[in-house]
Design a protein around this ligand. Structure first.
Ligand code: BTN
Length: 261
């Protein structure tokens, strides 16, 4: 295990996945999400860029939060050129990416994870990983960045033991990361090939089946505001459906901060 495992898998990726035009590995980097941007202007062809790291010193989480990324986890960002979708239409690819990670964790580690809208990967009620989706619109083409963070063999950050977990903790021993990384890359790339043509619609059912909290009273934060209602599922655009006494509301941006029943 350790550093050399990621270096080895990183060396194999370009042959395994011809669509991966640029594949970079760092022992330590500030944030793969930030670092990847420097290769975008050099990309002439279709295909993807991958930046993976053993550890990050300034890992980024959603809503401007810090993502603690010590050695032993899976921390990478994939960048795809956007061909037909606009930035708004591409946003629910965060849910689709979470689904692909959940599927890979089942295929490779036999773990049954669920998705907490919009991007958390949950097992046994605790957060195992997350997706950070962002778009870059300042170049010739628009680019989608998909940041994937999974606690694998790293310890969960101090203070988060009640809400976060790792594969090592769930399985009771350390796990190889190569097959998991390969499965996630394959799944996300394959899904993107369809999603860039169809948008979220065809994924509504599969994501809905893996969604946690359905039927429960949920509190959802939207910036400084919040709302609550019974979680009914997701709509064809990936929005969260919340039912209150008088109506059903769709939340397009925000995050579930608690289920109350
Ligand atoms: C979340 O807040 O749940 C999303 C976390 C995403 C973390 C990953 S780790 C690889 C990539 N680089 C970053 O700086 N963040 C994402």
């Amino acid at each position: 295990m350790g550093v050399s495992e990621l270096l080895q898998v990183s060396g194999r990726l370009a042959t395994e996945f011809p669509w991966l035009i640029v594949s970079k590995y760092f022992d330590k980097v500030d944030s793969t999400q930030e670092r990847i941007v420097q290769w975008i202007p050099k990309m002439e062809d279709d295909g993807a860029i991958l930046v993976m790291a053993e550890s990050q010193t300034k890992g980024l989480g959603r809503q401007g939060r810090t993502w603690i990324s010590p050695p032993g986890g899976v921390w990478f960002t994939l960048a795809f050129p956007m061909k037909s979708l606009d930035v708004v239409q591409a946003a629910p690819f965060s849910l689709v990416s979470a689904l692909q990670v959940v599927n890979a964790l089942k295929e490779v580690n036999n773990l049954e994870c669920v998705i907490k809208w919009p991007n958390d990967i949950i097992i046994d009620g605790k957060k195992l990983g997350g997706i950070l989706l962002s778009t870059i619109t300042k170049f010739k083409r628009n680019w989608l960045l998909i940041g994937v963070g999974i606690n694998v063999n790293n310890d969960v950050p101090a203070g988060l033991e009640k809400t976060a977990t790792s594969i090592k903790q769930v399985r009771g021993q350390t796990q190889g990361r190569s097959r998991l990384i390969e499965a996630i890359l394959h799944n996300i790339w394959t899904a993107w090939q369809d999603f860039d043509k169809t948008g979220f619609g065809p994924y509504q059912k599969a994501v809905g089946e893996r969604l946690t909290g359905v039927g429960k009273l949920a509190k959802v934060a939207m910036g400084k505001k919040s709302t609550q209602g019974t979680l009914m599922g997701i709509d064809p655009q990936g929005g969260l459906l919340l039912k209150s006494k008088s109506s059903t509301e769709t939340v397009h941006a925000g995050e579930i901060v608690g289920t109350l029943s």
